[in-house]
Ligand binder design. Structure first.
Ligand SMILES: *Cc1c(COP(=O)(O)O)cnc(C)c1O
Length: 364
């Protein structure tokens, strides 16, 4: 059994993929070029946004967005205590100061109720993360940002096509960032990322900054963070399938919801916001004796992951803040009980049965 079977997805579209890759190779359109421009257009259109600027990966997308928003040394940025480290490390890379905020039960996303207490005169923006494929509670976040003159960057790395009150994630903040890492809901065959925005100033800066400040002109110093043609062509082949793949993820999740509720009472399934569409990048359950349950699943041949084993503020990388679990009680408690079980569009239902059976055995 696989946690994610990327080869199964390739096989389902092999002819299209092989042809696209062969064409890029024949044209030697390896870095930027018209395949990259085409994908930017297609992804921007799919999102319904004015501007899409591709880059090398989803981490760079956040970093570039922060530079585009002119983050200055010691500016503070508020972000969630529960995410992959890209969300916070880029704030530091861009010269800013990370200010962590706890998450809200039961959703794993930043708690809007606690944001305002973190705001100081140096606060410049908020980075909510639509974690595991579920939108953060954007309305109160946007309202706080508006009231205090802060910008918002949505980290959409795990949430392609998720919706909040009917709105696509990535369309609500000043800018939004996507990862197309192979295992993400829309994945390349290597690293890839993009920033989307309705703001022409952000798009213009990002385009320059990600490519050495503009090839030939070098209006500013930048970085080398470009999407390559092969990845762009691969993403263009995959994009039209994303709606279907998202539905398949939701079907797998609905089966888990039903089976777990009926057969495995010891497990808490992921809560779904009533006003949102969850795209299930990950299916994250909560269970007591998590490490023991996880070991038994491994024994039974069921691969699992911890996303993530430690709340961000408690990582060694942030020892300088001297945070304790008591500062982030929700995120810290979740880190002890969460367990990601396999989910992907092509996940065979026989394998899924086996996961539920193994979970029942491990928890009874
Ligand atoms: C994957 C991910 C990123 C970074 O994307 P990369 O393409 O791997 O650099 C950022 N934030 C979150 C929440 C992620 O899951």
């Amino acid at each position: 059994m696989h946690f994610v079977d990327l080869y199964a997805q390739y096989l389902s579209i092999q002819a299209e993929m092989d042809q696209a890759m062969a064409t890029v190779i024949r044209e030697s359109a390896f870095v930027r070029g018209h395949y990259v421009e085409e994908f930017e257009r297609q992804f921007g259109a799919k999102m319904g946004v004015e501007h899409c600027v591709s880059c090398a990966n989803g981490t760079d997308a956040i970093y570039i967005a922060l530079k585009a928003l002119n983050l200055q040394p010691d500016d503070e940025v508020i972000t969630t205590a529960h995410s992959w480290i890209s969300t916070s490390e880029t704030i530091t890379q861009a010269g800013g100061r990370v200010v962590f905020c706890d998450t809200e039960r039961p959703y794993f996303t930043i708690d809007p109720q606690q944001i305002e207490a973190k705001i100081t005169p140096r606060t410049k923006g908020i980075i909510p993360v639509h974690l595991f494929g579920q939108p953060a509670d954007m309305d109160p976040i946007l309202e706080i940002a508006r009231r205090h003159g802060l910008w918002v960057i949505e980290d959409c790395a795990q949430a392609h096509l998720a919706r909040y009150k009917g709105r696509l994630v990535g369309t609500m903040g000043d800018a939004a960032t996507f990862s197309f890492y192979p295992g993400k809901n829309l994945g390349a065959m290597g690293d890839a990322g993009a920033l989307v925005t309705q703001r022409a100033d952000i798009a213009e800066f990002a385009r320059l900054y990600a490519n050495h400040g503009g090839k030939g002109t070098h209006k500013i110093e930048g970085i080398n963070s470009r999407l390559d043609g092969l990845q762009a062509a691969i993403l263009s082949v995959k994009l039209p399938h994303l709606d279907r793949w998202t539905e398949l993820r939701q079907e797998v999740a609905a089966r888990y919801d039903a089976w777990l509720a009926a057969e495995v009472p010891a497990v808490t399934p992921p809560a779904r916001r009533p006003d949102a569409t969850h795209v299930y990048h990950l299916y994250v359950i909560q269970v007591d004796r998590r490490d023991d349950v996880r070991a038994q699943l491994t024994q039974a041949g069921v691969p699992t992951m911890l996303n993530y084993p430690q709340a961000l503020p408690l990582l060694p990388a942030y020892a300088r803040f001297a945070h304790t679990a008591a500062d982030f009680p929700v995120a810290a408690a979740h880190a002890q009980r969460i367990l990601s079980i396999p989910i992907y569009p092509e996940f065979p239902s026989d394998d899924q049965r086996q996961v539920v059976t193994a979970l029942r055995a491990a928890t009874s």
